[in-house]
Design a protein around this ligand. Structure first.
Ligand code: FAD
Length: 344
């Protein structure tokens, strides 16, 4: 492991934003990670963890040590008795989509709806990744992590992680305190696909009631995502830029009386989730251009770096959208990606 000074992070974030790490290293094993953290403690360097850079906004240079996870390793363990459950323990540096593909090839099912989400396995629990009706918390058993301030190894159960919609303890009370080293998930050898999400149901409506295989569901998810979402390699982006707001039922009913076409998805606790994309589209932001960046022409939730913008320019566009949506609908949009480098 080599620690380098003044390293460009432009190629390491899917928004292709400029920004430099004061110090940078890539760790290929948990021992290298422990050594990097010990170095940071000795030199009193602030630590920032980077996975695939698909959910971060670089607002500027990052002071301290940026550690990129490059650890590898996938293990499966059959659970006892007549159980069909297999526990998979996966190193934080493994690519998420490749792991999902691998699990399907090994006839372990349950992650097919989360196919093609960019990034690494270690980041999956950080914002409890979700798509097509499934969140990773529904398959998550536990994770192991190193505490940055002490180098101690800790284990977090599902309950410990305090998962919510695009949330976990690692974005709240424990933000910036741990590096996830591995994640354990429980998958099933028994196929039990869920195609209730509307886009998936539509993809299989001509199958005459025959249930698709998990691999077919995974393939359909990939096709839908490829048609719908811009490829960051072509149009740099970080996927959905804002979380979908969740409103109390009363507030939702008031709003729906004003905007009868406003879609809403009732949640188990009685609240209603509404698509941030609808609000942004309705406010006329779809396709809008800021300074070197804009809102995707077909996807109101995706901000794109269209002409080598800076993180500050992108955040200004996000702020303009947030202020406008608040004024028009009284709803405060919350950004999904984490902002790095703002405080130097
Ligand atoms: C085109 C596109 C589509 C997307 N679609 C979805 C989607 O459908 N659903 C969804 O939920 N997300 C989606 N995302 C967002 C993103 O892919 C996920 O949030 C992903 O989990 C981020 O992984 P990463 O490795 O790139 O993390 P990074 O962007 O590198 O990091 C994200 C955060 O996690 C922290 N982190 C990363 N690794 C670790 C670790 N090992 N230990 C501790 N902290 C860590 C970072 O410090 C940072 O705070 C999409 C992004 C893009 C670009």
């Amino acid at each position: 492991m080599t620690i380098k000074a003044n390293v460009s992070l432009l190629a390491l974030n899917t928004l292709a934003l400029p920004g430099r790490a004061e110090f940078f290293c890539r760790v290929a094993s948990d021992d290298e990670l422990a050594a990097a953290l010990a170095h940071a403690r000795t030199k009193k360097l602030r630590v920032t963890v980077l996975g695939g850079g698909s959910n971060v906004v670089l607002a500027g240079d990052i002071s301290g040590l940026v550690i990129q996870m490059a650890t590898r390793g996938i293990e499966q363990r059959q659970q006892g008795g007549a159980s069909n459950t297999v526990h998979w323990t996966v190193a934080a540096g493994e690519n998420w989509h490749q792991f999902v593909q691998h699990s399907l090839a090994e006839k372990s099912y349950g992650l097919e709806n989360l196919s093609l989400i960019p990034g690494l396995v270690g980041a999956a629990p950080i914002q409890n990744i979700g798509a097509y009706g499934l969140e990773v918390s529904e398959r998550f058993v536990s994770l192991r992590a190193l505490e940055i301030s002490t180098g101690k190894t800790l284990s977090f159960s599902n309950g410990d992680c305090q998962f919510g919609y695009r949330e976990s303890i690692f974005k709240q009370g424990a933000a910036g305190q741990f590096v996830v080293t591995s994640v354990t998930m429980a998958l099933s050898q028994q196929p039990n696909v869920d195609i209730s999400y509307p886009a998936l149901a539509a993809a299989f409506e001509h199958t005459a009631g025959r249930m698709p295989s998990p691999q077919q569901v995974g393939d359909a998810v990939c096709r839908i995502r490829q048609q719908k979402l811009p490829d960051p390699a072509v149009q740099p982006n970080a996927g959905s830029f804002f979380k979908n707001p969740v409103l109390e039922k009363d507030r939702w009913q008031q709003l729906q009386a004003q905007y009868p076409q406003l879609p809403g998805y009732p949640q188990a606790d009685g609240s209603v989730k509404l698509p941030a994309a609808w609000l942004i589209d309705r406010a006329g932001w779809k396709g809008a251009q800021g300074q070197g960046c804009g809102v995707h022409r077909e996807h109101a939730l995706v901000l794109v770096n269209s002409a080598a913008c800076s993180g500050r320019q992108l955040l200004q566009l996000a702020e303009d959208i947030i202020v406008d949506i608040k004024q028009r609908f009284g709803i405060l949009l919350v950004m999904e990606p984490q902002v790095f480098g703002a405080t130097k």
